[in-house]
Design a protein around this ligand. Structure first.
Ligand SMILES: NC(=O)c1ccc[n+]([C@@H]2O[C@H](COP(=O)([O-])OP(=O)(O)OC[C@H]3O[C@@H](n4cnc5c(N)ncnc54)[C@H](OP(=O)(O)O)[C@@H]3O)[C@@H](O)[C@H]2O)c1
Length: 391
């Protein structure tokens, strides 16, 4: 008999209805009207599958993109409905008869590399554009065993902090190792040991800057949120108030930012910039870049199309890098750094499963003070009872 679970979905129909309600402007959409509690039929457990009970998940920005259809209408492209959620922590409740790496009772995290290419990079993302994939804003899930990694329960983080990382940490890890590699191709360690690294507001950037700090570099976090800046200052990351530069609304704001960066870096500027937002942030990141600098991104929250002066970038030897997500091996490696390097800032409220639509509305409104976490399971297994923290 098919097994069903409660799961959130985004349908092309609910996107269209909400679009119509707000006169067609995606910026005015209330995503809590689009992300809806639904029922999902789980596939039968195959020989290499695991059956998970989802304990916690982090709210990810790709849901905002899916619910507003501001980039592509992924629900429509996937046949009218998707079951989103590609970052979760769960308990294995059953395994197929060929699964050897996991067993019932294991606590695991997911990764969202849904379809690795020949070098391991994702052609598609799980629970987004990967056909047939269903996500983890659900009470239960059945996935292949290659889609999960043992949760590092002894890493020093609490359960909610671990749940903040499965998508954002591999993204930051990949961006950091790639950006650093590119910079080092141009300027080896022998010539310059300490770099200036800048990140703009957001969970991935925070983790990127923690990687930079862990390797002894100077790190700067330009965010509009005082809470998020204060959280990073504890790790020696210098805060820059993005709102003091009017979020780079005009050329004069960008110039003022550039001048400020000059001052706080003793005239050396930024060697590596992490910009997940694009839009006006892109110009500010370029303006603050040092010669040979690397500007890396895996996001396009504020715009998809950029304009830049190739002559200036050539003369300054600037590299623009675009990444998507880690290889599966890279996701395992990033997990080794939980707690040692990655210490995520989480939003002060842990949302309940019923609160998922509100969590996404508040993410859209940019009122959260850290990475938003959803507690999916009320009853938690003994294996995690020692690291539950406050909820
Ligand atoms: N390719 C991937 O694998 C991948 C993985 C993760 C994320 N992403 C993408 O990267 C982007 C950022 O995600 P995230 O998880 O790092 O961020 P996040 O934790 O969701 O935070 C988003 C940040 O956006 C900033 N923001 C909101 N409105 C802004 C505005 N008008 N101007 C400037 N900043 C604004 C806020 O910074 P303030 O503190 O300054 O308000 C906020 O902290 C999203 O588009 C997401 O889809 C891609």
């Amino acid at each position: 008999m098919p097994r069903t679970t409660r799961a959130y979905s985004i349908s092309a129909e609910s996107i269209a209805a909400e679009r119509e309600r707000v006169g067609g402007d995606p910026a005015k959409m209330d995503v809590s009207n689009v992300v809806k509690l639904d029922e999902l039929e789980l596939r039968d457990l195959g020989p290499r599958d695991v059956h998970l009970r989802i304990l916690a998940a982090s709210a990810e920005h790709n849901i905002d993109h899916a619910a507003t259809a501001d980039t592509v209408n992924i629900a429509e492209m996937r046949g009218g409905r998707i079951f989103p959620g590609n970052s979760a922590l769960g308990e294995v409740i059953a395994v197929g008869d060929q699964v050897t790496r996991f067993r019932e009772g294991d606590i695991v995290i997911t990764h969202c590399n849904g379809d690795p290419d020949e070098y391991g990079f994702p052609l598609r993302i799980w629970a987004y554009d990967m056909p047939e994939s269903t996500g983890w804003y659900a009470e239960e899930a059945v996935v292949g065993d290659w889609q999960i990694i043992p949760a590092p329960l002894n890493c020093g983080l609490n359960l909610w902090e671990i749940a903040a990382l499965p998508l954002r940490a591999p993204t930051a890890y990949h961006m950091w190792r790639r950006a650093l590699g590119m910079y080092r191709l141009k300027v080896p360690r022998e010539r310059q040991a300490v770099l200036n690294v800048l990140g703009f507001g957001g969970g991935v950037s925070e983790l990127f800057l923690q990687l930079a700090r862990a390797e002894g570099h100077n790190a700067f976090f330009c965010s509009g949120s005082p809470e998020r800046r204060a959280a990073l200052e504890k790790f020696g990351v210098v805060g820059i108030d993005q709102k003091a530069f009017n979020r780079f609304a005009s050329d004069d704001d960008v110039k003022a930012f550039r001048k400020h960066v000059r001052e706080i870096t003793d005239g050396r500027d930024m060697h590596i910039v992490c910009d997940m937002l694009r839009g006006p942030v892109f110009a500010a990141g370029l303006a603050a870049s040092a010669r040979q600098g690397v500007n890396t991104s895996a996001g396009w929250q504020l715009s998809q199309v950029l304009e830049y002066n190739t002559t200036i970038l050539s003369v300054k030897q600037i590299t623009l890098d675009h990444t998507h997500y880690e290889t599966i091996q890279g996701c395992w490696a990033a997990t080794e750094l939980y707690g040692r390097v990655f210490q995520p800032t989480i939003h002060h409220e842990i949302y309940s499963f019923e609160d998922v639509p509100r969590a996404f509305h508040e993410m859209h409104e940019n009122t959260q003070t850290g990475i938003p976490i959803i507690r999916v399971a009320e009853d938690l297994p003994d294996a995690v009872s020692g690291i539950v923290g406050e909820s």
